[in-house]
Design a protein. Structure first.
Length: 273
């Protein structure tokens, strides 16, 4: 995997908000000399409508919403569709999108948790491939689960901190396989759970692997740490690469820029072999 990124993702901010351009800017400065960078394409309204309600899209475009985690930025629709386009480019090219805002808390007709549109879900639906989604962000991807629940072409697997935001994913249901884990789980037990979960999904005929790549499980992350080291993300990369599926990834959480860059590099080192 290489990178999908544009510095346009750094052009909007809200003072004091943890989902800041600084986290991605610092991470990219660590990664840019080691990996190639491709620019994202802008997602269209037709792309958004693959997973989102048309009236919801209109509300986001017009700023007709209220959520304390999701500020009404100037030119928000441009930045949100560019981030969705980053996911689409990542899917087409087999890379990781570092665009922001993230997406896995956005459902068909709601936003939340710093997310406006569900970038990864749009790319998965547009690909029309049988997909295993693995979400290793330390927050449960409630939006992704809701979008694909009952969809026979998709299996959603998540390991996430519990108790913790958004409070969903406490049990597995239909095609959503959920593993809530404590804040103190650490590398060894986390990797054991992930290994067992992936082993249970072998030989299911998946055509691609889609990764909600969140790095907020790192031991120094202020929002959702589950005690993971940087080395754990390298091991996560190795485990996922062992599935031997065409893959792409979309950045979700990870809120300390220096650690985020190191953790993404570790993941890519493991995944790229």
């Amino acid at each position: 995997m290489d990178l999908v990124f544009s510095e346009e993702a750094l052009q909007y901010r809200s003072a004091g908000h943890p989902e800041s351009p600084d986290r991605v800017k610092t991470a990219y400065s660590i990664l840019r000399n080691k990996y190639k960078t491709l620019p994202p394409d802008q997602a269209t309204v037709d792309d958004l409508r693959l997973v989102h309600d048309k009236n919801f899209i209109k509300r986001v475009r017009e700023g007709n919403f209220s959520n304390p985690d999701c500020p009404k930025y100037d030119d928000l629709f441009f930045y949100a569709t560019l981030s969705a386009g980053g996911a689409l480019k990542a899917q087409k090219t087999g890379n990781i999108s570092l665009m922001r805002p993230p997406g896995h808390h956005a459902g068909k007709d709601y936003l939340g948790g710093f997310c406006y549109f569900n970038n990864l879900a749009i790319a998965v639906r547009k690909s029309n491939l049988k997909t295993l989604i693995v979400d290793f962000d330390a927050h449960h991807g409630n939006g992704t689960q809701d979008i694909f629940l009952g969809d026979e072409q998709v299996v959603y697997l998540s390991l996430h901190r519990s108790p913790g935001f958004p409070g969903t994913g406490q049990k597995s249901v239909k095609n959503a396989i959920n593993h809530p884990v404590p804040a103190t789980i650490g590398d060894t037990k986390y990797l054991e759970i992930l290994t067992e979960a992936l082993d249970g999904l072998e030989n299911k005929g998946f055509e691609q692997l889609a990764l909600s790549a969140g790095f907020d499980g790192h031991k120094r992350d202020p929002l959702a740490s589950v005690g993971l080291s940087t080395l754990a993300f390298e091991e996560i990369g190795k485990l996922l690469n062992n599935l031997d599926l065409p893959a792409f990834a979309v950045l979700e959480g990870g809120y300390v820029g220096k650690d985020l860059g190191k953790n993404i590099n570790a993941f890519l080192t493991g995944f790229n072999g």
